[in-house]
Design a protein around this ligand. Structure first.
Ligand SMILES: *Cc1c(COP(=O)(O)O)cnc(C)c1O
Length: 421
């Protein structure tokens, strides 16, 4: 059946025809593809067209699609029961593996999504500090909980404004939003509000508004200010965790947060999130402490098995090879005239503009050109995330053959873009 026909039906069931908004292709135009199967670094749509996948389900699939060892681990768990609603040994095995990769994680709790992990970490920070205000940074995404769907307010730095309808103003008032890469604003905010802040939350490698790689001095200063004012520093490593290094951005940058949130890779393609960190903070979580947080399917054995099978395969060699691939693939994309590709390991951001570190500096012309390139690359069998504000993901399964395919496609698309100019 054609993608168009499927999408027509999907529009009758789902808002925008999709289960998550960016999948609707509104940013780049055209109809979303419906996928029927995937393997390695490729997938095939319902029309039988095959693509080299550079979206990789938005990050979880660091080893590739349908990795046999991950699938058999999940199937083995499945055959013993899909869920118990009671403790099981697989939670311990995954926790042990995570601790071996992330040394600062004293205590943790599994949840079922990144959104839930962030929402729970914020509540833990508020319960621990007995303060209510949260600081976040423009251009970082932390899932869709009310406290995080907030943008900078006009004028006063103190109060944020809802960035989505349906978020009560009273919630947004408790979130302060400042720009990334702005030390002055950071100092001023702590000077004014430091004693009110329960938590400062940041993607240490911001990868949800393109890849806004920060100077380490900025992140170090944030760490110092949090220490000085007794503010819980939360690293949202839902993307960077287990991707940029075994210990994520915290390891790569040499900065330890108080709490951390994970998602995506730790579930190996199944829905898992996690928050955790310092044991004195995690002691506030129910049933040890007064902060309530629970989940019917939390620590689900099938998801734990898929997560463990993934993390067990993330050896130092895998990280070395992902980094080499990142360099090769970024260089391939940079053959496209005008395209720049900031990169951290296997995270790449193709943008027709150099040197962006703040969300408000992305030019609309650069995004418009990305949108054109996206459609043309898709025709050549290369699937980039359907928005210029999203990063591309490589996996261990992206090989030389796929690179050669993409290099050819880039040549074709570069010529087509040149003809249009
Ligand atoms: C994806 C993401 C989330 C939300 O995770 P979901 O599983 O989609 O709820 C939160 N924070 C960051 C940094 C993310 O990339």
């Amino acid at each position: 059946m054609s993608n168009d026909t499927l999408f027509q039906e999907a529009l009758t069931h789902f808002p925008g025809g999709v289960s998550s908004p960016v999948r609707a292709f509104r940013a780049v135009g055209g109809t979303p593809k419906f996928f029927r199967k995937a393997w390695g670094s490729r997938f095939e749509d319902e029309e039988g067209r095959r693509y080299v996948d550079l979206c990789m389900s938005w990050g979880p699939l660091i080893l590739g699609h349908a990795v046999p060892e991950i699938i058999s681990a999940a199937v083995e768990a499945m055959q013993e029961g899909l869920t118990f609603g009671a403790p099981s040994r697989r939670e311990l095995a995954l926790a042990r593996r995570i601790k071996s990769m992330v040394p600062f994680l004293d205590k943790m709790r599994f949840v079922s999504s990144g959104t839930e992990a962030v929402m729970s970490a914020l509540r833990a920070a508020r319960g621990y500090t007995k303060r209510e205000r949260i600081l976040k940074f423009d251009g970082c995404y932390h899932g869709h909980s009310d406290a995080m769907l907030v943008k900078a307010g006009s004028g006063l730095v103190t109060f944020g404004e809802p960035s989505s309808a349906g978020v009560p103003r009273g919630f947004a008032d408790l979130t302060t939003v400042i720009s990334l890469d702005d030390l002055e604003a950071l100092e001023a905010t702590f000077d004014k509000l430091g004693h009110e802040l329960a938590a400062a939350i940041i993607e240490p490698i911001p990868a949800n508004n393109g890849l806004l790689v920060q100077d380490t001095t900025f992140l170090r200063r944030l760490r110092e200010l949090c220490n000085a004012y007794g503010v819980v520093l939360i690293f949202d490593e839902v993307i960077s965790g287990f991707r940029v290094a075994p210990g994520g951005a915290a390891e790569l940058l040499g900065i330890t947060p108080d709490l951390v949130t994970y998602g995506k890779i730790i579930g190996g393609g199944m829905p898992v999130g996690l928050y955790g960190g310092r044991k004195d903070i995690m002691a506030v979580i129910s049933p040890d402490g007064p902060v309530y947080q629970a989940g019917t399917l939390s620590g689900n054995p099938v998801a734990m098995a898929a997560g463990l099978a993934t993390l067990e395969r993330l050896t130092p060699n895998v990280y070395r090879s992902l980094d080499q691939k990142g360099a090769q693939w970024a260089a391939a994309f940079e053959k496209m005239p005008g395209l720049h590709v900031p990169r951290v390991g296997s995270l790449l951001w193709p943008l027709f503009q150099p040197g962006v570190k703040r969300a408000d500096r992305v030019e609309s012309g650069a995004i418009a050109r990305f949108n054109k390139m996206h459609g043309l690359l898709l025709k050549e069998g290369v699937y980039l995330p359907p928005s210029g504000y999203e990063v591309a993901f490589l996996s261990a399964a992206h090989g030389d053959e796929e690179l050669a395919h993409v290099e050819r496609a880039i040549g074709v698309v570069a010529a087509a873009l040149k003809n249009e100019d």
